[in-house]
Design a binder for this molecule. Structure first.
Ligand code: SAM
Length: 306
């Protein structure tokens, strides 16, 4: 059926190859890692729906939640629970079943398995047992938020959940303060006021950020503002403290030296003693002596690591 739709749409040869590959999707002895909606059931892809009806077994975090997928697929095969408590104990028997020729789909409660969700041990064990692992990609809250944030997306760091306790959370945020790339965080929305206050302290009140809350659901929020302003807006509106949220925070622009400056620093660090290199670098750039010295030192440190 997929092949027919794609033929009618006039897809090119490489797309037909992909479709041909897709026809093999439910090969016995395969583990499928299947992304499911993060709210809106319409986001379950046709391929995910087909795989979920054709496999012999589905590993789920919570049967009550995954049973809702049958509203789209019509039916589901036998479910087995694989959550953070049972994963260790269940992996052996599941791998034995797939090695024996059964096909297995892994899903989580929402989004992409293994992304702040269980499944790593199962997928790792499948590779170690020589089992074919095939992704069925789809929704992921972090990527959905990033795609709508309007913040740099060429490089990003996925942090997932911060520590729940304030002091540990603040220490982790401090450690990320100089990080140059966009940062992605998961949090329950009820923690947003405290988390945004801590981010304001650690990363700066003006640091540009985006809040993606209840994405794909009826009361979706996508806001983009400075951290302090976002904290204020969330505190003022109790509805923003309900549900699930992703925070996307711009990296520290000052922490990423322009390419030319980094290249110059590396050349000077390679050729000269540190203090001489720093003096020259400061004279040739907008950096002061202290900043130039620390850039030279970081070049030397990365040379030693290499
Ligand atoms: N595996 C999932 C994924 O691919 O996004 C994430 C699972 S993690 C246990 C759950 C967290 O994802 C929530 O606490 C929230 O931070 C984020 N999340 C899940 N659904 C969301 C949604 N509809 N809108 C915003 N954030 C969401």
């Amino acid at each position: 059926m997929l092949a027919m739709i794609n033929d009618r749409a006039g897809y090119n040869a490489s797309m037909s190859d992909a479709v041909a590959n897709d026809a093999d999707a439910c090969l016995p002895g395969t583990l499928f890692v299947v992304a499911t909606p993060i709210g809106n059931l319409e986001d379950l892809s046709p391929r995910a729906a087909r795989v979920l009806t054709e496999v012999d077994l589905v590993a789920v975090e919570d049967t009550r939640i995954s049973r809702r997928l049958a509203e789209v697929t019509g039916r589901l095969p036998r479910m087995v629970v694989l959550n953070e408590h049972s994963e260790q104990a269940r992996v052996g028997e599941l791998i034995a079943m797939v090695a024996g020729g059964s096909s297995l789909a892994l899903v989580s409660d929402a989004g992409t398995p293994l992304i702040s969700d269980p499944g790593f041990r199962l997928v790792q064990a499948a590779h170690e047992a020589g089992i074919q692992v095939s992704p069925v990609p789809g929704p992921c809250a972090a990527i959905a938020a990033l795609s709508a944030a309007g913040l740099p997306s060429d490089r990003f760091h996925f942090e997932g959940f911060l520590p729940a306790r304030g002091p540990a959370r603040r220490r982790r945020l401090q450690a990320l303060a100089e990080y140059p790339d966009t940062l992605l965080f998961y949090t329950p929305a009820r923690d947003l006021p405290d988390v945004l206050d801590d981010m304001t302290q650690a990363l700066g009140a003006e640091r540009l950020a985006a809040l993606g809350r209840e994405l794909t659901k009826r009361h979706e929020t996508v806001w983009r503002d400075g951290l302090a302003a976002l904290a204020g807006r969330v505190r003022e509106d109790a509805n923003q403290q309900l549900g699930e949220a992703v925070l996307v925070v711009t990296g520290n622009p000052a922490a990423r030296p322009p390419i030319a400056l980094a290249a110059l620093a590396r050349s000077l660090a390679d050729e000269l003693p540190p203090s001489r290199a720093a003096k020259l670098l400061a004279g040739l750039s907008h950096l002061n002596r202290r900043e130039a010295f620390s850039l030279i030192e970081s070049c030397r440190a990365s040379d030693i690591e290499r």
